[in-house]
Design a protein around this ligand. Structure first.
Ligand code: UDP
Ligand code: MG
Length: 309
């Protein structure tokens, strides 16, 4: 018998847990026919509602279900990492509990992995039901990443992915603190089959992401997988030196022809404001990378477990 591990990060999802379990179990017979057993790991990311007791209700009935409960909210990235670390399966799949990653796709994904792919990933081709401004910035983020990072990142890619043990071990070997899994999947390589599907709206409950959180997350992604922003300061420096040189020549020539060296106060103010703005901006970018490095060298654990069943 082979083993399939299903990892499911949950944060305040009391309404979704039971529903998710029901939906997932619809695929059970498919896997039993193929000699695959299932284990299901709910990672409770420090939920403040009844998520833990909902999971315990399921555990009481089904011994294949496990719970890993964090001491506080560490974020979905930490939850996914914990799940991968605790999973024992020959194949591992990560799935959201809100049914936005339809368990009904799982059999098709499994067929592909049997054909020899190392991972089967999903991406949504529509963003129906999402605020247009959020979609716009999400697309812009992926366009930017394609330009400034060598790591492949697909627009609309979900974390919903079925992987072989070999790929999971590769991901686990990356022990960085600032985790950006969408990039890590691409970084480790391996042969990936992409499945596309229409966006599914959340079955119950609410999204845990607001615009600001997503914005900060995108900065995590940029600093984790590109150092291109660090070059901006150098480019700007060269550009402004060149500009300053042209201005000096212009001013000297104008003085020699027309006299009047005093005028030009407003343009001077504009130039000072502009260059000091660029200066601060570049220092800020440096600060971002320094902060990430600082957090990384502390080597804090990625998550802390309070309870494990
Ligand atoms: N999640 C988590 N920790 C968090 C935020 C979210 O484990 O701090 C889980 C959440 O319970 C869900 C999944 O991550 O299973 C995706 O979250 P959500 O549906 O809110 O994100 P969206 O689908 O809106 O991008
Ligand atoms: Mg969701």
């Amino acid at each position: 018998m082979g083993l399939l591990s299903v990892i499911c990060p949950c944060y305040n999802e009391e309404e979704s847990v039971a529903l998710f379990y029901q939906e997932l179990m619809k695929t059970e017979s498919f896997f039993r026919e193929r000699n695959m057993e299932m284990e299901l790991l709910f990672i409770d990311d420090g939920s403040k509602d009844q998520t833990v007791s909902e999971v315990k209700k399921i555990i009481a009935e089904d011994s294949r279900v496990h719970l890993i409960s964090f001491s506080r909210n560490f974020g979905k990235e930490a939850a996914m990492f914990a799940g991968l670390e605790k999973s024992k399966g020959d194949y591992v799949v990560i799935m959201d509990v809100d049914l936005q990653d339809p368990p009904s796709l799982l059999p098709e994904m499994f067929d592909y992995i049997q054909q020899g792919y190392d991972s089967v990933a999903t991406r949504r081709v529509t963003r129906k039901g999402e605020p247009p401004i959020r979609s716009f910035f999400a697309r812009a983020f992926y366009r930017l990443m394609r330009k400034i990072s060598k790591t492949e990142m697909m627009d609309g890619a979900r974390d919903y992915r079925l992987m072989t043990r070999q790929m999971v071990d590769a991901i686990l070997s990356m022990r960085e603190y600032n985790r950006f899994t969408k990039g890590i999947f691409g970084w480790v390589g391996f042969q990936t089959k992409w499945l596309e599907y229409e966006n599914v709206e959340r079955a119950r409950g609410e999204t845990k992401w607001n615009f600001w959180k997503l914005f900060l997350y995108s900065l995590d992604g940029i600093t984790a997988f590109s150092t291109a922003p660090l070059m901006l300061a150098s480019f700007m420096g060269v550009f402004f030196c060149f500009f300053a040189f042209l201005m000096i020549v212009f001013i000297i020539v104008r003085k020699l022809i027309f006299g009047d060296p005093v005028s030009g106060w407003p343009s001077l103010v504009c130039i000072i404001l502009m260059t000091s703005g660029v200066n601060f901006f570049c220092t800020g970018i440096l600060g971002q990378y320094l902060a990430k490095t600082y957090m990384e060298v502390k080597r804090r654990p990625i998550y802390l477990v309070k309870e494990e069943i």
